[in-house]
Design a protein around this ligand. Sequence first.
Ligand SMILES: *Cc1c(COP(=O)(O)O)cnc(C)c1O
Length: 367
Amino acid sequence: MSGHKPIPFFDLPAILAPHHDELSVAWQAMLVRGDFVGGTELERFETEFAEYCETSHCVGVANGTDALQLILAASGVGPGDAVIVPANTFIATAEAVCAVGAVPQFVDVLPDTLLIDPAAVVAAVRPATVAIIAVHLFGQVADMDRLSEIARRHGLLLIEDAAQAHGARFAGIRAGALGAAGAFSFYPSKNLGALGDGGAVVSKHADLVARVRTLANHGRSEGDRFRHGMRGRNSRLDSLQAAILAIRLRHLDTENYRRQELAAKYRAELSAHTPIVAVHPKAEAVYHLFVVQVDNRRRVMNALCEANIGWGLHYPIPCHRQPAFVEFNEPLPVAEAAANQILSLPMFPSLKVDDVSTVSEVVRSAV
Ligand SMILES: *Cc1c(COP(=O)(O)O)cnc(C)c1O
């Protein structure tokens, strides 16, 4: 296995390299114009990203965690409320709930997709429960048919954490346009990434989006910048990042398609040898991550390291087992078992098909 160049887990410079000229032009134009906060670049990106998500409104915010927090705050979620969150997610989903003074209720995930288990959601509903956050982890989409039905039946708000799912679909509908509102992150390694932090809220509900916009802009009243009708905060998407994102957005579908091709290659190479995290039959995944489940993970990781191949773990400690959340520590067996087996393999649009074969060969010989 020594005859190949190192294969990184993720290679941002390689992804950006074909776009250097376009990005430089945008950068230079911003320097000349000088509107670094707000302005036409931001408005244009918000319009284009809402269109991309096939929904009506978008507000750029500072990061994905803020996007979730602002949706919750704008929906009136606060102290005394509980919000259902899958145990298998990035910690930010739960942090956003805590940031508005509410309590996360961690629930288990499905053994095949490792996404939120609708039956566990039903079992978790209490009088204090006001919302569900469906996390579309790995670029997949949670079972939004069943979650929508559960939310309707129990009068709960259904929010999407689409931080890993830009462009994914469920029953033909884009992630972010399936629930009451969708939160996106533009952290550099996401499928749509800025050159720094960034995030967005999308929704078809004009009133909800208007409240998010006001809260994210110091609670400032529409039409009178000296009047603050709500106690807000500052959470903005920089105009420079918006300009960069507008360029990268034009390449997103091509890049997602490339990820799907690479995923198909991994599947062909590995499915007979080790379980691969499943995609719901109605979902069209965009493979933010490609995740396999292996019993002897230490051995596989060592073999990859020896072959100069990168790997990742998403996530080795479920949220309810994190020291930060000790008081929520009830057993959630599916999430806990999966945490010991999941392994993320190299996945990014400029990865070569031959690299997928090389990685797969190493995984096959180690499992
Ligand atoms: C990245 C991520 C977030 C948080 O986004 P930031 O922009 O880093 O705040 C939230 N949820 C999930 C699932 C993520 O992957």
